[in-house]
Design a protein around this ligand. Structure first.
Ligand code: HEC
Length: 170
C-alpha cells in the first residue's frame, strides 16, 4: 500500500543526501530521521575549503539580463575593476573568464561588496589572496550595481561559450 510513511522516508533520505553537501550536523539528521537511535551520528563532514556562499547553482545558470550586462560592462570600467581584472589573462587580480562557472552569484556579490571581509572569513577569497598577494579593494558598489556586474560576467562567459562552440564546429 502507498503510505505517507514511504514518502516521509524518501524525504528524509533526500534531506540527508542534501545535507552531506553542506554543513550537515548530527542534529539535522536526527530531526529528519525521526528517531535519534536509528539516525546514529553520521561522520562529521567538515570540508575545510568550502565557502558558505558558494553552495548551489553556478552564477552562469541564471537567466541572461542584457540591460544589466550593459550597465555592468560600464561599471566594470567606471569602478576601476578593469585596472586589475580582464577576461582571458591575469593582471594584478584573477582572470575573470569563466568566473560565473566557478562561483555562485551570491559568492561573487559578496566578493564585490565586501572584499575586505571575504578575504578574512571566506576560504576561497582567502586562497585567492594568498595566490595574488594583494587585497581587492572595496570599490563602493551598491548591491544593484554588483548584480549588474555579475550579469556582465555571465554575458562574457556566455559569449565565450558560444565562440568555443563555433570553433568546435557546433
Ligand atoms: C587593486 C586591484 C583590484 C581591483 C580594483 C578590483 N579587484 Fe577584484 N580582485 C583583486 C584581487 C587581488 C583578487 C583576489 C584576492 C582577493 O580576494 O582579495 C580579486 C578577486 C576578485 C573576484 C574573484 C575572482 C575569482 O576567481 O573568483 C572577483 C569576481 C572580482 N575580484 C571582481 C572585481 C570587481 C567587479 C571589481 C570592481 C568593482 C574589482 N574586482 C576590483 C584585485 C582587484
Amino acid at each position: 500500500m502507498r503510505t505517507p510513511v514511504g514518502c516521509a522516508a524518501l524525504a528524509a533520505l533526500l534531506w540527508m543526501a542534501a545535507g552531506c553537501g553542506g554543513n550537515s550536523t548530527a542534529g539535522n539528521a536526527v530531526a529528519a530521521g525521526g528517531t535519534a537511535a536509528s539516525a546514529g551520528a553520521p561522520a562529521e563532514m567538515k570540508l575545510a575549503a568550502v565557502s558558505a556562499y558558494d553552495a548551489g547553482p553556478r552564477a552562469a545558470e541564471a537567466p541572461a539580463d542584457e540591460m544589466g550586462a550593459q550597465r555592468g560592462s560600464q561599471l566594470f570600467k567606471d569602478k576601476g575593476c578593469s585596472a586589475c581584472h580582464t577576461f582571458g589573462k591575469k593582471l594584478t587580480g584573477p582572470d575573470l573568464a569563466g568566473v560565473t562557472h566557478r562561483r555562485t552569484a551570491a559568492w561573487i556579490e559578496n566578493q564585490i561588496l565586501h572584499p575586505e571581509v571575504m578575504v578574512k572569513t571566506d576560504p576561497i577569497s582567502h586562497q585567492l589572496f594568498s595566490t595574488f598577494m594583494l587585497q581587492m579593494p572595496n570599490q563602493g558598489l551598491t548591491p544593484e550595481q554588483a548584480r549588474d556586474v555579475i550579469a556582465f560576467f555571465r554575458h562574457q562567459d556566455h559569449e565565450a561559450g558560444e565562440a568555443h562552440g563555433k570553433e568546435a564546429g557546433k
